[in-house]
Ligand binder design. Structure first.
Ligand SMILES: [Fe+2]
Length: 380
């Protein structure tokens, strides 16, 4: 039993590490993004902010005018938003970076003396892991409840989504027509033999996709699907989501499974080749007539022992505000959680789509089973 528990923790550790492996390079995100485990508070404020109300307290993380954010999301746009918040409120945002696992472990270990006010990460399963680890508390905010739909919040409001992303099928426009595409399940059909591009089984995005399929179709069907996908792979998995799109355009395969925001990043890249890749792929939202397209979230949790609780809640309220959401989605190309946010052109082009309706905690709960199925199927 004990061995099993240890294994579970190890898998979870791997999973949360993979969040960063998958996301650390987005948007040219911060350097040394994975180096946050040394306990150093990364105080970046002050440079652009002359309105700090804690007067000379910048070194301290418990001053009145601060909020300490433990973040496993290292997107440049997040830090730009924190700067905006500082300018507006005078509340200094201290960023403490690390992997989700490191940060949750630190919050657990430091207990009541923890400096953490907020915890930010990608993946609903990981948010739920933080909740289950006992490091969060309910966010009491009518503003947040009014803006963010209940399905994008924890049942006890321990965390709230700040953005979402869909896992879609990108296809070679010159070789595939959308009417040939339908569902994730269909990609396991032998007609796609040698044509499917998808990254490795160690990637949390794929683990969460399989975890959702276990929930919706059952473990047996999900196992069959992983076997079919492995049989249809155009090559052994390599690279990130963007690399799958590039391989479609290079003719290595015809269809790729990838997250929507990477398409936005390709189209807005400074690299002309990447823009060309973005323009050469078609985007298909699968499972529109069945269970809906797989969606995952990034979110914010309120730390259980937050010393700056009011400031923390103000930052959450800011992050889901129309203004911040518009900045966020124009930087990360994720989907907003605030319905009033004006969508970037590319989102309008994609249009509305039906998304999976599952409890995000399921992604964490089924992670171990999903990983095991993928390994068993020989998904590298
Ligand atoms: Fe990512």
């Amino acid at each position: 039993m004990r061995q099993k528990a240890v294994f579970k923790m190890t898998m979870l550790a791997i999973a949360v590490m993979m969040v960063l492996a998958g996301c650390g390079s987005n948007n040219g995100a911060g350097n040394g993004a994975n180096s946050g485990g040394n306990g150093a508070s990364n105080n970046q404020a002050g440079a652009s902010n002359g309105t700090d109300v804690s007067g000379g307290e910048k070194e301290a993380s418990k001053g009145e005018g601060v909020v300490n954010v433990f973040t496993a999301r290292h997107y440049d746009i997040d830090f730009q938003l924190f700067d905006e918040f500082e300018k507006k409120t005078g509340i200094q945002v201290n960023e403490i970076k690390g992997t989700a696992e490191e940060l949750v472990e630190r919050m657990k270990r430091e207990g009541e003396s923890s400096e953490a006010d907020l915890f930010i990460t990608v993946d609903g399963g990981v948010l739920n892991y933080a909740k289950e680890s006992g490091v969060l508390q309910p966010i009491e905010s009518e503003t947040v409840n009014d803006i963010v739909a209940p399905e994008l919040r924890d049942a006890d409001n321990h965390w709230v989504a700040m953005a979402s992303r869909a896992r879609i099928i990108a296809y070679a426009k010159d070789r595939v027509t959308p009417d040939q595409l339908s569902t994730y399940e269909d990609l396991a059909d032998p007609k796609w033999k040698g044509k499917v591009l998808i990254r490795s089984s160690s990637n949390l995005y794929n683990q969460s996709l399989v975890a959702s399929m276990i929930e919706l179709n059952g473990e047996e069907a999900a196992a069959k699907w992983t076997e079919g996908i492995v049989a249809n792979m155009a090559r052994d998995p390599e690279g990130g989501d963007r690399d799958q799109a590039k391989a479609v355009v290079a003719g290595i395969g015809d269809v790729a499974v990838m997250n929507t925001y990477y398409v936005g990043q390709l189209l807005h890249s400074k690299d002309a080749e990447e823009v060309k890749v973005g323009e050469s792929i078609g985007i298909f939202f699968p499972n529109q007539d069945t269970t809906g397209t797989h969606l995952n979230i990034s979110g914010i949790g309120l730390a259980k022992h937050a010393k700056n609780k009011e400031n923390a809640i103000r930052l959450i309220e800011y992050m889901v505000s129309k203004e911040a959401q518009e900045m966020l989605i124009n930087g990360s190309f994720e989907f907003p959680v605030n319905k009033d946010a004006e969508l970037p052109a590319i989102h309008k082009e994609w249009g509305e789509f039906k998304s999976q309706q599952i409890d995000y905690s399921v992604l964490g709960k089924n992670n171990k089973a999903a990983t095991e199925l993928m390994n068993k199927a020989g998904w590298k």
